[in-house]
Design a protein around this ligand. Structure first.
Ligand SMILES: CC(C)(COP(=O)(O)OP(=O)(O)OC[C@H]1O[C@@H](n2cnc3c(N)ncnc32)[C@H](O)[C@@H]1OP(=O)(O)O)[C@@H](O)C(=O)NCCC(=O)NCCS
Length: 161
């Protein structure tokens, strides 16, 4: 079975409250990663309609801080799939509520693994990139997937698991 990128793409917005910030009134990085993982998992669920777990997070870059009271925009889309994994790109930008000015703040690639009732990896639909942008992202993701698989093999070897 195959699925389009648009079938699981998610956009979400949230406002930064005092409990989300550090003593400099900037959003905690960990809180943002939690929000990113949340939206990423929704995209993964929509793509495969199975239980999923977060497997890895690659290339997580915090590019600019997000201030208390700013609106945070999150966008999440499947870029690539293997037999049972989905690579999901999550892009974040912030918006000043008074001026409406927006800044790109964060990007990362989360990998989710679909699992069955016994916690074993389970097959998922293949992603079908349609637009030129989706096709370019798919091509880029192939390299990351190879790198990720090698890293996973090496870490399992190092940790003897
Ligand atoms: C992810 C998990 C289900 C993999 O289980 P497994 O039976 O060892 O899976 P396999 O080694 O057969 O790998 C299955 C697929 O997942 C991929 N994979 C496995 N672990 C991965 C990881 N940590 N990150 C990314 N991909 C992973 C494999 O490359 C393989 O890909 P394929 O689609 O090409 O077949 C298991 O390691 C797990 O439950 N991890 C904990 C997840 C978790 O708790 N996340 C929450 C954050 S703490």
């Amino acid at each position: 079975m195959e699925k389009r990128v648009s079938e699981s793409e998610v956009n979400s917005e949230i406002i930064v409250l005092p409990e989300d910030t550090n003593m400099f009134s900037d959003l905690y990085g960990g809180r943002l990663v939690e929000w990113m993982d949340n939206i990423g998992s929704i995209t993964a669920f929509k793509h495969c309609r199975k239980k999923v777990v977060t497997g890895s997070i690659d290339s997580l870059f915090f590019l600019s801080p997000i201030k208390l009271g700013y609106i945070v925009h999150l966008h999440s889309m499947v870029t690539y799939t293997t037999k049972s994994t989905m690579e999901i790109e999550i892009d974040v930008s912030s918006e000043n509520v008074e001026t409406g000015n927006k800044s790109v703040t964060t990007r990362a690639f989360f990998t989710y693994v679909a699992i069955d009732e016994n916690g074993h990896a389970s097959e998922i639909p293949e992603i079908i990139p349609e637009t030129s942008d989706e096709k370019a992202r798919f091509e880029e993701a192939i390299k990351r997937s190879e790198y990720r698989l090698n890293s996973l093999k090496n870490i399992r070897k190092d940790l003897k698991i």
